[in-house]
Each structure stands twice: as C-alpha cells, then as structure tokens.
Design a protein around this ligand. Structure first.
Ligand SMILES: [Zn+2]
Length: 322
C-alpha cells in the first residue's frame, strides 16, 4: 500500500484523537488545523471470525491514516448506530432508534463546533448512510451558523474497487460487497489484522437472494446503482437473523488484506485531497462568509464565532437543545 497502516491510536497520546488531547494541545491544534473527522461505526454481529466493532474500527483506522498524513484531529468513534430493518433481532447487533441516533450525532456536531472544530467530516463505516445526513441538515437548520460539514461514506468513494470481477474485471474481489463478506473482511484484515480470526470465519450457507429477481434492490454500499437502494425498502428480502444466521452475507473465507489495498490507496488519496481542499479554501479559523450561508445578523454570528473564551458567547446561548 502507498500509505503506512496505522497500528491503532484509540488509547495513545499521539495527538490524533480529541479525547486524548489536553486543552493546551487543542488550542495549538486549532491554530494549525481545525478539521475533525468523526468516525461513525456500529456494534453489530459480524459472524464468528470478525469483531462486533468492525465498522467503527474500519473508519477509525482509516481516519488515523488521514490524520497522520494531514495533521487534522479525530473524534473517538461513535460505537452504536442505526440499522436497517433486515438487521433487527441479530444477537449482538445493538440498534439505536433513528431519532435518538440523529439527535446524538447532531449534539456531537454542535459540541465540536463549540470547541472550535467547525469543519467536520463524518466518516461512515456502516449501513446507516440513510440517516447520518439528517444530523447535518438538522444542525444547519437549527443553528444556521457557518460550518463546513461533509458526510463521507467510504464505499461510495471507491465503488469500482468494491465491485465483483463480473462487473469490473480489474476488481480484486470475486463476490459482490455485502455485510461482513469477502470485501468487508478484506478491508478489516488490511486495517486491523490483529482483531480478525480468519480460522473462525465461515461463509453464508443459504443462497443469497431477495424475493424479487436481481437488479431491483442494491447490495452493500449501493455500489451497483440499482433502482432501489439496499436500505430503501423492507419486505423484499428476509431478516438476516432468519436467512443468514452466520452473521455474514457472503464469503469472508475468501478475504485477504491485499485485496483491499488498491481501494484503500484510492480512498486515502481522496480523503487527503478533500481535507486539503477544505483547508486551502478555508484556512484555520476561516469559514464560509456569513452573508453567503446564513440569514442570521452579523453581530450574532461574530459573537458565536468568537466563543465564550474570546469575548463572544457559546453556541448553546444561541440555541438549545441542539
Ligand atoms: Zn460491518
């Protein structure tokens, strides 16, 4: 791989995670770089050979590589997420109701904004791409303050790399991307080999198919652009707990870390480009001009941007709850 893998920084004092930094560290960081990546994962059964926190580890390790290359900051991951209907009931899959999840994410966005990280990349590691953008929209509508908030769903960035060989002859994968399968397990093995147990992985026994013919409903990450996104339906396939009790949909036994490398290179190139372009356009402390992006009066915006430590006031004095 073009980039060096991360050995894991969740409990390290290496300046990557906000929660592992002191007040003085953050004050210095904000002068140089005020972008924060928020990894959004889930706690979910990933079969016998993969960890329950796979989605959160995927995006936190990805964020660690980007932060190391660029100097931005990372939030400790969101470990509990939203789940599509077909995942209900699987033991070990912890389902947060959509409204609670969006409220929580919006509060996290608000807290980081108030801390000075007003450019945020929400990096999603789980099939909850239908929910996260709501948190961004609600934050914007409730507060109307200038901010740069971007949702990045990692599979969307690298669609061609995730397709099976039948749909992309240059792909490294034999089977299509789905939950805990050959593709996801390969990314997990590449990014955190120490947490995967290849000898315990087992494939789905049942034939994988929905109730209608192929081509209506998309698969993992919506990489085939089928008319109906995978999570935009219910009743067109069986519950995982009934159909795929192995906790995987596909063949994780085919997983190899090396298969993920071309996609990871492309993903990191993109994320670094996104980071750099945001920081170039809006250097530390600079945001889109209030007159372009809000109808709030300039005095209110100025006071909120200054914050309580610099002669202004907090975001919470403007609106609560956020
Ligand atoms: Zn997963």
């Amino acid at each position: 791989m073009k980039y060096e893998y991360s050995k894991g920084s969740l409990d390290k004092g290496d300046g990557l995670y906000f929660q592992n930094m002191t007040g003085a560290d953050v004050t210095e960081r904000l002068k140089k770089n005020d972008i924060i990546i928020i990894p959004v994962g889930s706690t979910e059964y990933h079969g016998k050979g993969q960890v329950y926190g796979e989605d959160g580890f995927l995006v936190s390790r990805m964020a660690e590589i980007v932060a190391r290359e660029t100097g931005c900051t990372i939030s400790q991951p969101i470990w509990f997420g939203s789940h599509p209907y077909n995942q209900l009931g699987m033991p070990g899959t912890i389902v947060v109701p959509e409204n609670t999840f969006v409220d929580y994410l919006r509060a996290v966005i608000a807290g980081y904004w108030n801390a000075g990280f007003r450019k945020q990349i929400l990096l999603n590691g789980h099939g909850q791409e239908y929910v996260i953008p709501n948190a961004i929209q609600e934050f914007g509508k409730i507060t109307q303050v200038p901010a740069v908030l971007a949702f990045v769903n990692w599979p969307t960035v690298i669609v061609p790399f995730l397709k099976d060989k039948e749909h992309n002859p240059e792909s490294t994968f034999d089977t299509p991307f789905r939950h805990a399968d050959e593709v996801e397990a390969s990314y997990a093995i590449a990014l955190f080999p120490e947490l995967n147990k290849k000898h315990q992985m087992e494939d789905t026994k049942r034939e994988i198919k929905g109730f209608l013919s192929e081509g209506h409903v998309d698969k993992g990450g919506d990489i085939y652009q089928a008319p109906i996104p995978g999570h935009a339906q219910m009743g067109l396939g069986g519950l995982e707990v009934h159909f795929y009790p192995e906790g995987v949909i596909g063949k994780p036994t085919l997983a190899e870390g090396i298969k993920a490398e071309p996609g990871l290179d492309f993903l990191f190139d993109y994320m670094i480009r996104l980071h750099n372009e945001i920081l170039e356009k809006f250097p530390p402390g600079v945001l889109p001009d209030a007159k372009d992006v809000t109808e709030l009066d300039q005095a209110t915006v100025d006071a909120l941007l200054k914050g309580p430590f610099n002669g202004g006031r907090s975001l919470y004095s403007h609106r609560y709850p956020i």
